[in-house]
Design a protein around this ligand. Structure first.
Ligand code: SF4
Ligand code: FES
Length: 563
């Protein structure tokens, strides 16, 4: 484990309470540390400050100095430093910590400011919260309740603006709800680097739109929906499908690449309805790619494997497991693990390969990195396979060595833990020469050719950990139960290991971490339960010389000079 460096601290005073905050912290964040909410709309911690909504107005003051000595003056009544309060309110989002800075967030002036801002924002905003898709997570609704005056003096007709405007393939705009905070515009300019949104027209007629001939279609477009504080931007996939208060959230990790973006899986009664990013300032900030949000559709895909099979006939999972154990005892076994498997599964796969004295492979998947949150390595957990010892070198995309051993008649049984062997280069003739045991989630050429198929769980249906490109160990949890008839991967591997004459290891994540902490030096003193939600950085010195495929991206710098 590696400890992060300590920042420079500055002491500020908020509502009479002092707090030391890192240099550069603005007053919204400083107040948050004291449990004080400064309401805001346009400010977002990961975007530049626009200062256009004025909801965060506070009173600000600095210690008064003696003009002659430049020393702080003391208030004789309190014995404390005298504060010069600025007569006009100031915006907290654009006020950074300075030594001795004082702010007041709960005075009559501040309350008046908030009520005034809310009144102006609601002038043209529809008051139809019950039918709005943002209901339940709308900042405008929440802050109208918390900081508004509670009634409207507006008797004129509201502006009518365009509805259901298609901004791009995944994002829809209801313009009359937009409060012109510009978060979406700044996100596209600053994070997605796709300057595509802007305001046209003036005053009450200001309208958000795409530049002429352009669409909001970059692979990060749905982040604008996440950060829109009102119901103006909605996801075409999720819009009006489910009320958010019915949904429970489960922390997860995106498996799209080795970035390991932290995510939240939203589900109800065993069905997943959406995936959104979970904030991790060391990995993905508050963002994730659109493509990763659709991965939940694999759970209920038509080609999902839900029946164990032996020689093409459906059998109970226990029977398929017994047949697989028998088959593995015949010798001539090869094991193909996966960079998509969890650390725990990879550890058991390595134990199984060692017990069977079988060579083990992994299959690499390398594509183009986008320099942001999709890395070149499209496996989420190749580093897990290195740390657990399943592999010693980086994998290749094709199983050429395994193919040669099959051709030479040295391998007669192949256990694939979630990898499509055909996609990894084994021909139909080679697959026909061996008995394939396939543990997998979806039908493919390998499941079709396999003698034994054991259906397993997707990442959304199990607990586990991955190690991302930074060598950060991160955990995910089961959001929904697996379909009936599907086996738990870890329990299956633990049973196969036991049947092969290996050690009796736990087939659950918590139990297995006792062994992992004892046997893998990078995991010493770690347990699954105590692993922080933001993950733990592991010591990767041992692997620094490997030519990993990833290039520089958000919060990531390659350690070794990649060729
Ligand atoms: S659409 Fe939403 S995020 Fe964009 S400017 Fe309007 S309120 Fe802000
Ligand atoms: S949050 Fe909008 S002006 Fe400060």
């Amino acid at each position: 484990m590696i400890a992060p460096p300590k920042p420079d601290l500055i002491t500020v005073n908020i509502d009479g309470r002092e707090i030391a905050v890192p240099k550069g912290t603005n007053m919204i964040e400083a107040a948050r540390l004291l449990g004080i909410e400064v309401p805001h709309f346009c400010y977002h911690p990961k975007l530049t400050v626009a200062g256009n909504c004025r909801m965060c107005l506070v009173e600000m003051g600095m210690p008064a100095l003696d003009p002659a000595t430049k020393q702080p003056l003391v208030d004789p009544t309190t014995g404390r430093p005298k504060i010069n309060w600025i007569p006009k309110p100031t915006i907290a989002c654009f006020t950074n910590a300075a030594p001795g800075l004082h702010i007041r967030t709960a005075t009559p002036l501040v309350r008046d400011c908030r009520e005034g801002v809310m009144e102006f924002l609601l002038i043209n905003h529809p008051l139809d919260c019950p039918i709005c898709d943002q209901a339940g997570e709308c900042k405008l609704q929440e802050q109208a309740t918390g900081y508004g005056r509670g009634y409207s003096r507006f008797v004129e007709r509201k502006n009518v603006k365009p509805k259901r405007t298609v901004l791009g393939p995944r994002v829809m705009l209801d313009d009359e709800r937009c409060i012109l905070c510009s978060r979406c515009i700044r996100f596209c300019q600053e994070v997605a680097k796709d300057d595509v949104l802007g305001f046209v027209d003036r005053g009450s007629y200001s309208t958000l739109t795409c530049y002429p001939g352009r669409q909001l279609e970059n692979n990060y477009s749905l982040n604008t929906v996440d950060i829109c504080p009102v119901g103006a931007l909605t996801s075409t996939d999720f819009r009006f499908k489910m009320r958010v208060w019915f949904l429970k959230t489960t922390p997860s990790i995106c498996t799209e690449s080795s970035v390991g973006a932290n995510t939240e899986v939203w589900s109800r009664e065993g069905v997943i309805h959406r995936i959104t990013p979970r904030r991790n300032d060391e990995v993905n900030d508050t963002w994730m790619a659109d493509s990763g949000r659709l991965l939940y559709k694999l759970v209920a895909a038509a080609d999902r494997l839900t029946e164990a099979k032996v020689a093409g006939a459906a059998v109970p999972v226990d029977e398929a497991l017994a047949k697989a154990a028998e088959s593995l005892k015949t010798g001539g076994v090869a094991v193909v693990g996966s960079g998509r498997s969890s650390v725990e599964e990879q550890f058991l796969t390595r134990q199984l390969a060692a017990t069977l004295k079988a060579p083990a492979w992994l299959v690499s998947r390398v594509g183009q990195g986008d320099g942001l949150l999709i890395s070149a390595d499209r496996n989420p957990n190749v580093r897990g396979a290195l740390v657990t010892g399943l592999i010693q070198a980086l994998p290749a995309a094709q199983l050429t060595d395994l193919a040669a051993l099959i051709e030479a008649g040295k391998i007669t049984t192949v256990l694939s833990v979630g990898e499509d062997l055909a996609a990894a280069g084994l021909t139909a003739a080679q697959l026909g020469k061996v008995a394939v045991i396939y543990l997998g989630t979806h039908a493919d050429a390998t499941s079709a050719a396999a003698r034994i198929v054991i259906p397993t769980l997707t990442v959304f249906e199990k607990n586990g950990t991955f190690i991302n490109q930074q060598f950060r160990l991160q955990k995910f949890a089961a959001a929904v139960p697996g379909p009936q008839g599907v086996a738990d991967d870890l329990a299956t591997l633990a049973r196969l290991l036991r049947a092969a004459g290996g050690p009796a290891l736990a087939g659950d994540v918590d139990g297995l971490w006792v062994t992992l902490a004892a046997e893998v030096k990078q995991f010493a003193a770690i347990s699954y339960a105590s692993l922080p939600a933001t993950g733990l950085l592991l010591d990767a010195t041992e692997f620094a010389g490997l030519p990993f495929a990833e290039r520089e991206a958000l919060h990531f710098k390659p350690v070794a000079a990649n060729p």
